[in-house]
Design a protein around this ligand. Structure first.
Ligand SMILES: [Zn+2]
Ligand SMILES: [Zn+2]
Length: 126
């Protein structure tokens, strides 16, 4: 059983390691099903959580939807409003504004996501 779990986790990981992959758990499961790897949604979630906790993958929460990210490094995103793809961009260090927000609101911020909305170069050409 332990071996199976490890194998499934590896399959889940490989789906996300493609270029610029930002997928929901459902989309990860669909991708596995397409390549004839039958994994239940509960196992997909367990694998994703495990990978995230061990910093092998990242995640973004946008519009209430969690997308799992093959890139575990801290970074921000460009989102294309037409093709709905996410592209990685380096995170601009804004520790100062984070501190200010925490001071002004009393919140303890432990996670945040910055997504720049717009239209990608591919879609602009069309
Ligand atoms: Zn686009
Ligand atoms: Zn990303």
């Amino acid at each position: 059983m332990a071996y199976r779990n490890t194998k499934q986790r590896k399959d889940v990981y490989e789906v996300l390691k493609g270029l610029n992959k930002h997928l929901t758990a459902d989309q990860v499961m669909d991708a596995l099903t397409e390549s004839n790897k039958k994994v239940g949604l509960a196992t997909v979630y367990r694998s994703l959580n495990h990978l995230y906790e061990h910093q092998k993958i990242g995640r973004i929460v946008t519009h209430g939807v969690t997308l799992y990210d093959g890139n575990p490094e801290p970074h921000d995103h460009l989102h294309c409003k037409i093709c709905d793809k996410f592209f990685d961009v380096p995170r601009i260090n804004n520790k100062e504004s984070l501190n200010r927000i925490q001071e002004e609101t009393g919140y303890s911020i432990d996670e945040y996501f910055i997504t720049y909305e717009g239209i990608c170069t591919n879609c602009k050409e069309k």
